[in-house]
Design a binder for this molecule. Structure first.
Ligand SMILES: [Zn+2]
Length: 289
């Protein structure tokens, strides 16, 4: 990607170097579900979230430690802030065009290890996630180096896709899709809830593609090979791929984020059209997804 001269978003809370919980939040089952389903992929260990939710509401003893960032960490933080700024510009325009009201910017929280969120304690093992209770996206930047090492998903555009996917959940929140889906999920069985979750995730992938298309139209940001990097990433985070890699087989009923083929398909559709009207994951039957 070419991000030269691009502005960095100021809607960023940098908690790197902070230890303990920084914020009191809302606990409860609903909040746990939000945190669980909206992490970027399901490969992580989510048990720590469940264990820690009971601690919500207490203010942690917060301490600032001196921390020096490596050049890579500095670059990744600056990169993430530029990508976030791009999503602000693109989504403000799309909201205006479609009469969706004013786009309210989310906050990106950078942290290391674990941190308190409006949806329970967030930890690095979960991967990046969005919490609608506080409208924040939470990212431990070490995720990006893990992506490279464990998933072989390298490239700045793949990282941008991760951020844009979480922003996609924020768009779902602002448009009411998230709440509607969550309320359906809370009233149904696990398998049906998973099928709804897949639709939310694929829609976020689609929105990430829409963002990339429009960001490129505004700023000429995409370069040769970028597309392939994001598609490769989408392939490596499909539920079928991750489950087969972890246990040798997959259980389709347990999918919450979609298969590799589905994640690639919806990301690509957004990239090609740049048009939110094609974001119809909730209108498709399972076989069409
Ligand atoms: Zn997601």
């Amino acid at each position: 990607m070419n991000l030269e001269g691009r502005r960095e978003s100021s809607n960023v809370e940098d908690r790197r170097g902070l230890s303990g919980g920084a914020k009191a939040g809302i606990g409860g089952i609903g909040a746990i579900i939000i945190a669980l389903i909206l992490s970027f992929f399901t490969g992580g260990d989510l048990s720590s979230v469940l264990q820690n939710v009971g601690e919500m509401g207490t203010m942690g003893g917060e301490e600032t430690t001196q921390q020096e960032f490596t050049q890579e960490e500095q670059e990744l933080a600056a990169f993430s802030k530029k990508i976030l700024a791009g999503t602000e510009d693109v989504w403000s325009q799309i909201f205006q065009e479609n009469g969706w009201g004013e786009y309210k910017n989310p906050t990106m929280v950078l942290y290391t290890g674990s941190t308190s969120t409006g949806c329970g304690t967030g930890s690095a093992q979960m991967g990046p996630f969005y919490c609608s209770a506080d409208q924040c996206l939470y990212i431990d930047l070490s995720f990006f180096s893990n992506m490279r090492q464990q998933l072989g998903a390298d490239g700045d555009f793949a990282y941008a896709y991760v951020i844009a996917h979480e922003v996609g959940h924020h768009v779902e929140y602002l448009t009411g899709t998230l709440e509607k889906a969550h309320s359906q999920m809370s009233r149904t069985d696990k398998t049906t809830a998973n099928r709804i979750s897949v639709r939310l995730e694929l829609l976020a992938d689609f929105y990430a593609g829409v963002w990339a298309n429009r960001d490129n139209r505004m700023f000429n940001s995409l370069e040769e090979g970028d597309l392939a990097k994001a598609i490769n990433c989408a392939q490596k985070i499909g539920d079928d791929y991750l489950q087969k890699k972890a246990q040798g087989y997959d259980i389709p009923e347990s999918f919450t984020h979609g298969t590799s083929a589905q994640r690639m398909k919806w990301l690509k559709l957004g990239l090609q059209t740049g048009d939110v009207r094609y974001g119809t994951t909730f209108q498709q039957s399972d076989s069409q997804l």
